[in-house]
Ligand binder design. Structure first.
Ligand code: XMP
Length: 518
């Protein structure tokens, strides 16, 4: 099936717009977020949404050039849901009144009580009393538009929930998509049900659509893809290979900073199992020589990033006339890039990817995962038959072991680190903890310590174990291993890894720490 019912989210720049999409995807509804200034009458006609949601946003309807949807949104004859700023836009456009905040801004938790019954959007709400919601707004609606009635109020928001049921227009002042509106998902479920969505958007359907789109975009041109062995680039590669076969060539750059057995794993899987044209570029000598004597983390990252681009370009040129570069860009990356509030932010670490390549090489991008969240990429990977053990892999940073080796990187230290890391991950797997942990690894520390093994003195490296829980890598907490687990792991590492005689566990959260050591 190719044609699904589509829901359009018009984005006015709220930080949480992508969560609306998240809630809808959970309901198997296909939706797309588009910034308000890209949505005009022609777009609406072509998109043909079955329902429209107007997101929240930081603006004021009074501001010069305030973000507005095209008027046609109100005459499409489809259900409309306005959230926060979206509510104010609806009232402003439909004949109600919005007033400036004047200190009445309301942020945070509030409780809504029903003002009238019988609204289809609210089915199941208020059954157990007032509903907790999350408010975040400056201006407020002071008079609702003709045709609207009030269905829910909170102490500071007399028009918390309003609707014009005849036109199926709904407007809420709070954010039902956030965690702090615990039963907000129910409102979205009600909304898509009353709009008549079948809830038939599945990964199987996504796969078919994505393949069709890739073929249409690429035609008979060649595509290259930087395969890192991570989940995103792997899923993208498998999907694109399914669409265009050997027009795709993957380049796997081995910078000598991979984990034990990693290069072999990636090559076996993609070249042998999937039969994909794959260039295994063993450039470890180049990278490790360039990193010789480098101990500053930013210099390490920049060196690796620069060499990576050079090497990738060299091998990609050898493919001959590729016109497209495939990337495993995810939806959250795309959304961030249309954020209205994005200002200059401090660089904590220079993250390394193939950024800058498309312009340099005159390539167009193929990004078949642009519409997916991380867990959806995993679901798509399963749909494509990638092994579960591969899909569930912890993230691994582009600069690899270089940033787990504070101070100078030497081949000797890397070899020790690889062994210790393998033991730690083996321990975690043996205890059935791998899937509970966002990321786990060992860092080899630039200090030697004194120990005693057998009857002899040792003077070897110390290492730190790191294991964190996280939902997105932005914040993280250390994993609460039992003392028994930690003791057993330390014993194994010290016994099995020559070169390490001391083992510590890093219990720093992020912030203030970061996940990686550099
Ligand atoms: P930090 O260390 O900043 O890392 O807390 C957050 C997440 O990002 C990963 N990471 C990277 N991933 N290239 C990547 O592809 C990089 O340069 C990079 N640096 C950190 C890190 O492993 C963690 O999951």
């Amino acid at each position: 099936m190719i044609h699904h019912d589509r829901l359009l989210i018009i984005d006015f720049g709220s930080q949480v717009t992508q969560l609306i999409a998240r809630r809808l995807r959970e309901l198997n509804v296909y939706c797309e977020i588009h910034p308000f200034n890209k949505v005009d009458d022609a777009f609406l006609a072509a998109f043909a949404p079955k329902a429209v949601i107007l997101s929240g946003g930081p603006s004021s309807v009074f501001a010069e050039g305030a973000p507005m949807p095209p008027a046609a949104v109100f005459t499409l004859g489809v259900p409309l849901l306005g959230i926060c700023y979206g509510q104010q836009v609806m009232m402003h456009c439909l004949g109600g009144k919005v007033e400036r905040g004047h200190g009445t801004a309301e942020f945070g938790r509030a409780y809504v009580t029903p003002a009238a019954g019988g609204l289809d959007l609210l089915e199941g709400w208020f059954d157990a009393g007032p509903e907790q919601v999350w408010m975040s707004h400056g201006d407020h609606v002071s008079a609702i538009a003709p045709g609207f009635s009030v269905y829910g109020t909170s102490p500071n928001a007399p028009f918390a929930i309003t609707a014009d049921p005849a036109r199926r227009f709904y407007a809420v002042q709070f954010h039902p998509e956030v965690h702090h509106t615990p039963r907000g998902a129910q409102l979205y479920a009600n909304f898509v049900r009353l709009a008549g969505f079948a809830g038939d958007w599945t990964m199987g359907a996504y796969r078919e659509e994505a393949i069709r789109k890739i073929r249409a975009q690429v035609g008979d041109a060649k595509v290259i893809c930087g395969l890192s062995g991570g989940v995103d680039s792997s899923v993208a590669a498998v999907l694109i290979h399914e669409a265009i076969g050997d027009q795709l060539t993957c380049v796997f750059v081995d910078h000598g900073l991979l984990r034990e057995g990693e290069a072999a794993q990636v090559v076996t899987m993609f070249r042998d199992h999937y039969n994909m044209p794959l260039i295994h570029a063993d450039e470890s000598a180049l990278f490790l020589d360039a990193l010789d004597g480098v101990s500053d983390p930013e210099v390490k990252r920049k060196t690796i990033g620069r060499l990576f681009i050079d090497v990738f370009q060299k091998h990609a040129t050898a493919v001959g006339g590729a016109k497209f570069l495939a990337q495993g860009t995810l939806y959250p990356d795309v959304i961030e890039s249309v954020s209205f509030s994005g200002g200059p932010s401090v660089t904590i670490k220079s993250h390394h990817n193939v950024g800058g390549l498309p312009e340099k090489m005159g390539l167009q991008l193929v990004e078949p995962l642009r519409e997916l969240f991380k867990d959806e990429v995993r679901a798509l990977g399963r749909e494509l038959g990638l092994p579960a053990s591969f899909i569930g892999r912890h993230p691994f940073p582009g600069p690899g072991l270089a940033i787990r080796c504070p101070g100078e990187i030497t081949r000797e230290k890397l070899a020790i680190l690889r062994k210790a890391d393998a033991v730690f991950i083996d321990q975690i797997r043996k205890h059935g903890l791998y899937d509970e942990i966002w990321q786990a690894f060992v860092a080899i520390l630039p200090v030697r310590t004194v120990g005693v093994m057998g009857d002899g003195r040792t003077y070897d490296f110390a290492c730190a174990l790191r294991a964190v829980t996280s939902v997105d890598g932005m914040t993280a907490d250390y994993y609460p291993f039992t003392h028994d687990f930690l003791g057993e792991t330390a014993t194994r590492i010290i016994n099995e890894v020559p070169g390490i005689n001391r083992c510590t566990y890093d219990i720093t959260s992020k912030p203030p720490g970061t996940i990686e050591w550099e």
